[in-house]
Design a protein around this ligand. Sequence first.
Ligand SMILES: Cc1cc2nc3c(=O)[nH]c(=O)nc-3n(C[C@H](O)[C@H](O)[C@H](O)COP(=O)(O)OP(=O)(O)OC[C@H]3O[C@@H](n4cnc5c(N)ncnc54)[C@H](O)[C@@H]3O)c2cc1C
Length: 184
Amino acid sequence: MEVELVYFCPDSERTLNMIARQSRTLNPGPEDAVNTDVFKKTIEWGHNEIQRFAFYCFHIRQLSRTALQQLSRYHFICMNVMSGRHNTTYNVVNPTEFQEFEGWMKEIMEKTDAVFGHIPLESRRYAYPDGLSVNLFIGMNGQELRHFLKQRMDPHAQEEIRNLANKIYDLVYTVHPIMLTNLK
Ligand SMILES: Cc1cc2nc3c(=O)[nH]c(=O)nc-3n(C[C@H](O)[C@H](O)[C@H](O)COP(=O)(O)OP(=O)(O)OC[C@H]3O[C@@H](n4cnc5c(N)ncnc54)[C@H](O)[C@@H]3O)c2cc1C
């Protein structure tokens, strides 16, 4: 799986400080933006709405349909997934427990095509394994980002979505570390 941070509001941690200052001052201005403690404190207090002013967009390549199903449950993550009608690759995700069966899912795909090749792809895909991967874009605001990371970086989360969450954490950490306060 590859994950790229495609877009984020570059100045948003400064802006979030200014917005956070609104709670305490009549005329928040750019000078309030430099006080990085203010936004951080709102996170610690649970004053979550301020996080919604930031937005992050990621390009994910080779995510399994199993993980896609888990990701799709998040109401505030917007996504665009490559249509299954056009996904003609045999790229599959093999969880660690399947490593000794490397190639097994690809074989299923090939056998499925050998038997059902005459059936249009939009129906044939029902017979493909859930390990078949897709490419997609996802976007979310800072509050949903924190919510998703809290649930899916948990050691009990399934391996693939945990890997995704950790990659997202690392990418955001390079640009907005304060947004990730108290998540690790
Ligand atoms: C460990 C684990 C096990 C799971 N197991 C299963 C399972 O067995 N079966 C299954 O179906 N799903 C399962 N899920 C998925 C889970 O039920 C959620 O659908 C998924 O985690 C998204 O979480 P969410 O609804 O909190 O997030 P979001 O949809 O992103 O919502 C974020 C937050 O917004 C609020 N919110 C969202 N929608 C509403 C609403 N309609 N009304 C009020 N408040 C709302 C809530 O506070 C919510 O936490 C599991 C998730 C985890 C982390």
